[in-house]
Each structure stands twice: as structure tokens, then as C-alpha cells.
Design a protein around this ligand. Structure first.
Ligand SMILES: Cc1ncc(C[n+]2csc(CCOP(=O)(O)OP(=O)(O)O)c2C)c(N)n1
Ligand SMILES: [Mg+2]
Length: 320
């Protein structure tokens, strides 16, 4: 099958993802030297480190790809994320897009602005480490995991032109609220309502533990999701180049499926069959803390529970 992304677009999207990831790490760690123009010193690092790296790079990846889909197809789409603790990533995108500076002119698009952007994160009188009302474009802050999918369906009802992409953490998926929200597809009318595209972020862990959905076989997970009434598409690997093409192709296919379901339901035919459609969804299986340090003090970090918050936390006794 031919690649969905041209080499030039792939390069640009990868660069955008890398920039968003850099801005995310910078917010978590740096109080000085935002462009790393001089060698990193302990005093450049914030004294109290707080933030969530583990979920952020995956969320950043999905954000860039959904933007490509929106631009290519002129979509009306919103982005609902269960793991709102990936706050630095969303702030990074808002800054890259220019909205952050438009709303907060002191956070300029310059070295000084970057320093302020980094410093304010998780800082007294600054901004919280989660997506919050201060984040441009944010319409609701959660905190308690479990409600992303219910909100996504709520946004889609009676909104026929809207597609709601909804990122669900695999830990979040273990909450009662989320586990029942899968069934909301039974209430979605493809003629009158918009669409919801659930994306299960299967990064394997929730804080310090593995997740159930990452420990069952792929067949069992497929059967579970089909049992909820979905058609799951798997995008999985740790090689960004492969995942870029795989996700881009998958997003094109699920959009085609959504449009086919809606097109059939909205066609002006008096005797159309009233069968409940099987809506597409995506299982996005990439490592927790993707692109971060593989090992710290001889212990594996990328792809493990250790990547959940700050992957390197102890700068008082560096071993390298
Ligand atoms: C109901 C609820 N329980 C516990 C927490 C604390 N908490 C914050 S992040 C997190 C792990 C989330 O794991 P997952 O959904 O897999 O997101 P990931 O960071 O792995 O992308 C937990 C348990 C919470 N916010 N809400
Ligand atoms: Mg997880």
C-alpha cells in the first residue's frame, strides 16, 4: 500500500511533534536556559519537579495527526483527552500555533517568552500541570479520570457536523464511568448526531501499575471492543516513522468509514434500513514516555511505569 504521507509532510509532522515534545520537557524541567544555548547546569532545572511526561508524547503525536486530518478534509473536530495530566503537551501546541501568545502577550514567541512559558508551569502563581481553564481553547477541566468518552458523546449529540476525537487512557478505561461509556454508541443517531472517534491510548501503565487492557491478548481486546459495538483499528509500534504512516493511513480509513455511515443514514431514501452502525475506533499502542530516556541509573524508563511523571527526578546525586 502506498504511504499516506509524502516524505516532505512526514518530515514536517515529525519536526512539529519533536518541537511539541521539546516544549513539554522544557515546561517540566527548565527555569533557565530554555533553548539550551549553554551547557545544562543544575541551577537551570526547577527545584520542585512536577508534571507528567509519560502520556504527553503520545498525546502530542495524536494531536499533530488529527490536525493533518482536519486540514486535509476541512473537518469540524474537537479533541477530548481523558489523560488531562498531559497538560504540558496541550500548552505546547497552543504556543506553537500562536494562540498562547495571542491570549498571553507576555509569553512571546522569543527566547524570553519561552523562558516564561517554561517557568510558569507547575509554579506558584503560574499554571497547573493539567489542562486547565487557562489553556486557550480548553472548554472543560476534569481531574477525576473516567469521563472523557461520556463528554465526547455529549458533545456529538445534536451536532451533526462535529467529529469528536476522544483519547482514553488505558488506566482511565478501568474506571467504572469509562467502562460503561463505551455503550453510548447505542444512543448515537448517525443522521442527526455527530460522530465520536474513540482512541484508546494503550501505553501499558497507569501510575505504578500495568493496565488490564494492555495485558490481555490482542484477540481478546478486539473481541471486547467489538462486543461494545466498535470496529477497532490497531496502530502499534515504537518506531515513529512507521507509526506516522500507520496512523495517517488509519485516520484516513476511519474518516471514510464515518462518512459512509453518516452518508447512508442521511440519504433521502424512505426505506433505508435501520441497523445500528459499527463505528470505527483506534487502539494506539505506543510506549509510555515514548522518545524519553531508555534507562536512568540502570533502570528501564521508556515503556515502563517509571515514565509516568518525571523520568529523571534526582539531580542532587547525578551518576553521569
Ligand atoms: C478516578 C481517578 N483515580 C485516580 C486518579 C489519579 N491518576 C492520575 S493519572 C493516573 C493514571 C492514568 O493512567 P492512564 O489513564 O493509563 O493514563 P497515562 O498517563 O498512562 O496515559 C491516575 C490513576 C485520577 N485522576 N482519577
Ligand atoms: Mg496508560
Amino acid at each position: 500500500m502506498p504511504d499516506t504521507l509524502s516524505p516532505d509532510l512526514l518530515r514536517k509532522m515529525h519536526a512539529y511533534w519533536s518541537a511539541a515534545n521539546y516544549l513539554s520537557v522544557g515546561q517540566i524541567y527548565l527555569q533557565e536556559n530554555p533553548l539550551l544555548e549553554t551547557a545544562l547546569k543544575p541551577e537551570h532545572i526547577k527545584p520542585r519537579l512536577l508534571g507528567h511526561w509519560g502520556t504527553t508524547t503520545g498525546l502530542n503525536f495524536l494531536y499533530v495527526h488529527l490536525n493533518r486530518l482536519i486540514k486535509d478534509n476541512d473537518l469540524n473536530m474537537i479533541y477530548v483527552i481523558g489523560p488531562g495530566h498531559g497538560g504540558p503537551g496541550i500548552v505546547a501546541h497552543s504556543y506553537l500555533e500562536g494562540s498562547y501568545t495571542e491570549r498571553y502577550p507576555a509569553i512571546e514567541r522569543s527566547r524570553n517568552g519561552l523562558q516564561r512559558l517554561f517557568r510558569q508551569f507547575s509554579w506558584p502563581y503560574g499554571i497547573p500541570s493539567h489542562v486547565s481553564p487557562e489553556t486557550p481553547g480548553s472548554i472543560h477541566e476534569g481531574g477525576e479520570l473516567g469521563y472523557s468518552l461520556a463528554h465526547a458523546y455529549g458533545a456529538a449529540f445534536d451536532n451533526p457536523d462535529l467529529i469528536v476525537s476522544c483519547i482514553i487512557g488505558d488506566g482511565e478505561a478501568e474506571t467504572g464511568a469509562l467502562a460503561t461509556s463505551w455503550h453510548s454508541n447505542k444512543f448515537l443517531n448517525p443522521a442527526r448526531d455527530g460522530a465520536v472517534l474513540p482512541i484508546l491510548h494503550l501505553n501499558g501503565f497507569k501510575i505504578a501499575n500495568p493496565t488490564v487492557l494492555a495485558r490481555i491478548s490482542r484477540q481478546e481486546l478486539t473481541e471486547l471492543l467489538r462486543g461494545y459495538g466498535y470496529d477497532p483499528h490497531f496502530v502499534e509500534d515504537d518506531d515513529p516513522n512507521f507509526v506516522h504512516q500507520s496512523l495517517a493511513g488509519t485516520l484516513d480509513r476511519v474518516l471514510f468509514q464515518i462518512r459512509a455511515i453518516q452518508g447512508a443514514a442521511r440519504a433521502p431514501i424512505w426505506d433505508k434500513r435501520l441497523e445500528r452502525p459499527r463505528w470505527p475506533m483506534i487502539v494506539f499502542r505506543t510506549p509510555k514516555g515514548w522518545t524519553g530516556p531508555k534507562f536512568v541509573d540502570d533502570k528501564p524508563v521508556e515503556g515502563t511505569w517509571r515514565a509516568h511523571q518525571v523520568p529523571i527526578a534526582d539531580f542532587k546525586s547525578p551518576t553521569i
